[in-house]
Structures are given as C-alpha cells and as structure tokens.
Design a protein around this ligand. Structure first.
Ligand SMILES: Cc1cc2nc3c(=O)[nH]c(=O)nc-3n(C[C@H](O)[C@H](O)[C@H](O)COP(=O)(O)OP(=O)(O)OC[C@H]3O[C@@H](n4cnc5c(N)ncnc54)[C@H](O)[C@@H]3O)c2cc1C
Length: 441
C-alpha cells in the first residue's frame, strides 16, 4: 500500500484558497480527506448552526465528489478516528488549518501529540484568517485589546495574498470510508420555515453572495447602507465565513473598493485573535470588575426578550428576525444586546447563549466579542454608561419603519420603562466602580 497523507477539514469547508489541501496535493501522496464532528460540552454547537453545518457538509461532500474525490465524515472522538486512519492507510503527513476556539485547540494538541508519537509530520496553516494571531502584537509583544491600534498594526504587514484556485482533480484520494451525514444527527427541531429559503449553505452559496454583493454595487454603498436594517446593505457572508466556505482573503480582494468593509473583516480577525489570547472570555468578562455586577435573574423578562415581546418594536423585530431567519443585522444585534443588559439587567451570557442557539453564523469569537462589547466589559467596548435608547435608535436607523413593519404587526406594552431601567443600570455600574476603587484596584 502507498504511503498517504490526511487533510483534516475543520472550519474550512471549501476547495478554493485551501492551503492545506493544495500543499497535501503537492506531495503526490494518496490523500485521505476527513471531517470529524467531535461534540464538545463547552459551547456545544447550537441548533441553527447545526442545521447549517449539515447542509454545508452535504454541499462540500458533493463538490469533492465532483472532482473525483471522497470526503470521509465521522462522528466521535477525533483521536480514535485518527489512530485508525493512520494505521490503516500508513499515513505519513497531516495537513490542516488552525482553529482558535479553546476546546478545538485542545483537540489539535491531542492530535499533534498522537502524530508525534506515531511519526506523522504535522503541517498547520492559518488560512482562515488574514493574519496569524502570533504575529499581530504590540511593541511589547502583547496582544492588542483595542481595535484601532490592532487595525493599524495589520496595515504594516504585506497585504493578504490573492486567494488560490480550487484543485483541478481530487482523483488521487481514498474513495470510501466514513459515516453517512444523517448519522451526525445535526438537524434538530427548529422553526426552520424561513431559514432554508433565505440561505444556501456551502461554497457555491458563499460565492453567489459575494458576487451579488459586489456586482449589485452593494459594496460601493456599504459605508452608508450597512447601518440600516431595512436595506440589503451588508454582505451576509458571516455564516459562510464562520465555516470557512469562503476565505477571508477572497472577501478582502473582491471588496477592495471599500475600506470600511475591509475594516469589518478585520473586526472578525480581532475577535479571533482575542479568543486565541484570552480563551477564558467565552465565560468571563475581559474586565474582571464586571464579575461583581448585580445581574437579575428574571425568567419572564428573558422569555419576553427571546420571543420578541418586550414592547420595544426595534428590539422585538430583531429578536423575531433572529428566530425566523437565523441572522440579525449588526446594528440591531447591538440594540437588542444593550436592551437585555442595560434595560433588563440580565447577564450578557444569557444573551450570548440565546444567540449561540439561534444564529446560523454563531461564532464563538465574534459572539463573545459582540456581547462583551455591548456589555461594556470586553475589548474596546463602549463605556457601560453609554446606553442605547431603543426608541431613538429606531428613529435614526429605521426612520420609515420598513424594518419593524416586516416583523411586527401588533404593538405591545413595554415591559420596562427605559429611563428608569437605564438609571438602575447606571447605579449598579457605579456601585461596582466604587467597589473597585475601595479595593484599590
Ligand atoms: C451581540 C453581538 C453578537 C454577535 N455575534 C456574532 C456571531 O456569533 N457570529 C458572527 O459572525 N458575528 C457576530 N457578530 C458580529 C456582526 O453582527 C456580524 O458579523 C454581522 O452582522 C454579519 O453580517 P454580514 O455578514 O452581513 O456583515 P458585513 O457587514 O457584510 O461584514 C462582513 C464580515 O465582517 C465580519 N464582521 C462584521 N462586523 C463584525 C463584528 N462586529 N465583529 C466581528 N466580525 C464582524 C463578519 O465576518 C462579516 O460577515 C455579533 C455582533 C454583536 C453586536
């Protein structure tokens, strides 16, 4: 039997701009193309993202088949899967793209030591980011915690390389093995009726979205339109970028005409780098004083927020958009987040968990950064005392009510009074600041 190499697919379910795959092909070895779903308890994949993953895997398996190859899919312990494959196929090399989530990094470490013990050479790549997190550091060699200097530092690097084309053929692959996708049991009970209509998971769907964004001139108008949820003003590439169905380099180059768009892509980088350097922030605030915040446990208010029944139309429209489509506009994510934290005084983690379950683009790095930003307790966060006023936000960003009308028919009475709730939040904030000062931190 000929010696072979494994290409381990993770959050990079694409054929274009896939360094590990191209490098593995260059070895001329027989390739084993593998995806393993190892379920982690910590931030286990949510329901909307599970639906997406199943669809994306189906599309990816088909694209590989169209090139003459075969994607083996397994459900279970990655180490067990690799042990068997390495033995069975006399594997000599492993190629894969790094993942920056804490549990995934633990899996990578286990696989790397397994390979070391079995004499398999490991090649890791950072092809799902524009910049390697080990390289974007302050002069003192520390990670950045503020976005603008992070962006400025990235601009001193060579510009991201042009994306690489997909391989012509995957004929030189092991052609069988793995489990049927249905065995992964990813699809769960969910109000799916609009999600499949709105989205096309997979690399083709991602390329179509990017093409439309560029060809219809949306990228040109992005700097203005991106703040208005009633407009198709943003690229909606987030779920595709999350699973690596398209590379950030591809989006970067296609959208060269918009500096603002490129800056948003670098927010994604910033989130990934922060998670890499501060893995505890998935559950704890980056600013530790916020651990003492007097959060309220109010199931009735939490449910009203989740169902879009707070009586604040922009909040309710956003929460309904999320439930029905698996996505929410960034401006509205900030508004509903601020409402949960600063009007209902409910812990940001409750919001992060709900988003995690409902978003098709649920991404541990961006969700953590987003929630801590809104809560004022994370990197580059707006100060806590800057509270979004839901009614003023609505007037400014949905002046014709076009967005609200799409999701809300009936006006509901507000569950809290915004001005009173804001005052209470600020009093609570001042109490933790005073507490910190007393402790002399
Ligand atoms: C509370 C909260 C939670 C969030 N949770 C997630 C999440 O789980 N997954 C996720 O991908 N994004 C998350 N975001 C960031 C942002 O809202 C989405 O990335 C964006 O709305 C996706 O839409 P789009 O692709 O049309 O973005 P575009 O405006 O077209 O931007 C292009 C790409 O840049 C990246 N990007 C844009 N804004 C941000 C940002 N603020 N932070 C990080 N990356 C960004 C995304 O990859 C996005 O696809 C969250 C934001 C907030 C405030």
């Amino acid at each position: 039997m000929s010696m072979s190499a494994i290409v381990w697919f993770r959050q990079d379910l694409r054929l274009e701009d896939h360094y590990p795959l191209l490098m593995a092909l260059a070895t001329k070895r027989k390739l084993i193309l593998v995806y393993v779903l190892e379920e982690t308890k910590h931030w286990a994949i949510g329901r909307a993202a599970s639906w997406w993953l199943e669809e994306s895997l189906k599309a990816f398996q088909q694209s590989i088949k169209d090139k003459g190859g075969h994607l083996m899919i397994f459900h279970g312990d990655t180490e067990d899967v690799f042990k068997k494959l390495i033995k069975q196929h006399e594997v000599e090399e492993l190629f894969y793209g790094a993942n920056y989530e804490p549990e995934e990094r633990k899996i990578e470490k286990r696989i790397e030591s397994l390979c070391k013990s079995l004499g398999v050479a490991v090649h890791q790549f950072h092809h799902n980011l524009l910049y390697n997190p080990e390289t974007v550091l302050t002069k003192e060699g520390r990670p950045f915690q503020v976005y603008t200097p992070f962006w400025n530092r990235t601009q001193l690097f060579q510009p991201p390389e042009e994306p690489l084309p997909a391989p012509h053929s995957l004929e030189n692959c092991v052609k069988s093995g793995g489990e049927p996708i249905s065995k992964l049991q990813l699809k769960q009970k969910w109000d799916l009726h609009q999600i499949p209509l709105v989205w096309e998971p997979g690399e083709q769907g991602a390329k179509k979205r990017l093409k439309t964004f560029v060809s219809k001139g949306r990228v040109h108008d992005y700097a203005h339109d991106r703040d208005f949820p009633a407009l198709e003003g943003t690229s909606k590439l987030s779920p595709h970028l999350h699973l690596g169905e398209i590379s950030p380099r591809a989006a970067w180059h296609a959208c060269h005409s918009s500096l603002i768009y490129r800056k948003e892509l670098v927010w994604r980088e910033f989130a990934k780098h922060l998670l890499y350097h501060f893995p505890h922030t998935t559950d704890k605030p980056l600013k530790p004083e916020f651990e003492a915040f007097p959060w309220k446990k109010n199931q009735k208010h939490l449910k009203a927020w989740q169902k879009g029944e707070t009586g604040y139309p922009i909040v309710d429209a956003g929460m309904r958009e999320l439930w029905h489509t698996g996505w929410m506009h960034n401006r509205v994510r900030m508004i509903v987040g601020s409402f949960l934290i600063k009007d209902l005084h409910i812990h940001w983690l409750e919001g992060a968990r709900w988003f995690w379950d409902c978003l098709v683009d649920a991404d541990l790095a961006s969700n953590t950064l987003g929630w801590q930003w809104v809560g004022g307790c994370g990197a580059d966060a707006a100060p806590f005392f800057r509270v979004f006023h839901p009614t003023l936000q609505e007037a400014k960003f949905d002046p014709t009510h076009a967005y609200i009308k799409k999701w809300i028919n009936e006006p509901l009475p507000p569950i809290v009074d915004h001005d009173e709730a804001r005052k209470e939040a600020l009093d609570a904030y001042h109490s933790i600041v005073a507490h910190r000062k007393k402790k002399g931190d």
